[in-house]
Design a protein. Structure first.
Length: 148
């Protein structure tokens, strides 16, 4: 079984990533996906309780025009807040190296999930091991760009 860093290391890494993105004015922290590596972007959702904007950094790849990510929360058993927010209000904003645009989020359908999971597995050799630590199936999330 692959070694997972302690929870505080995982959450600290994402917080530092988000802080570097903010402090640099967006110059650091984003990268486009490649065939052998996922991209990094920022997702801004509407807080389901507060109604305020909530931003997180996330990994993704493209499937056509859609961005595909996973609701993994650093492999913690709990669902990530951004995924709960997106389920309550599917409209969100994504910032990539190509700019900022609106998206609508949803969970991959049963028919889509296996192929998208296999794409993630190609990018992360420990994917199945990490996912087996969660008590529920990790949602594969599709972010579809909206018309401007």
């Amino acid at each position: 079984m692959a070694t997972l860093p302690p929870r505080w290391v995982v959450t600290s890494a994402w917080k530092i990533h988000r802080a570097l993105f903010r402090v640099s004015g967006g110059r650091f922290g984003l990268r486009p996906p490649r065939s052998d590596r996922y991209g990094l972007a920022q997702l801004t959702t509407t807080g389901r309780k507060s109604g305020l904007d909530r931003s997180v950094m996330f990994a993704y790849f493209f499937e056509g025009d859609d961005l595909v990510t996973m609701a993994m929360n650093g492999w913690d058993p709990n669902e990530p807040a951004w995924w709960l927010n997106l389920q309550a209000t599917p409209q969100a904003t994504v910032t990539t190296v190509d700019g900022t645009f609106g998206v609508t989020g949803r969970a991959a359908l049963e028919t889509e999930r296996p192929q998208l999971w296999d794409r993630w597995r190609a990018l992360d050799k420990n994917l199945d091991d990490w996912a087996s630590r969660r008590p529920t199936e990790t949602a594969v999330v599709i972010l579809t760009p909206t018309e401007s």
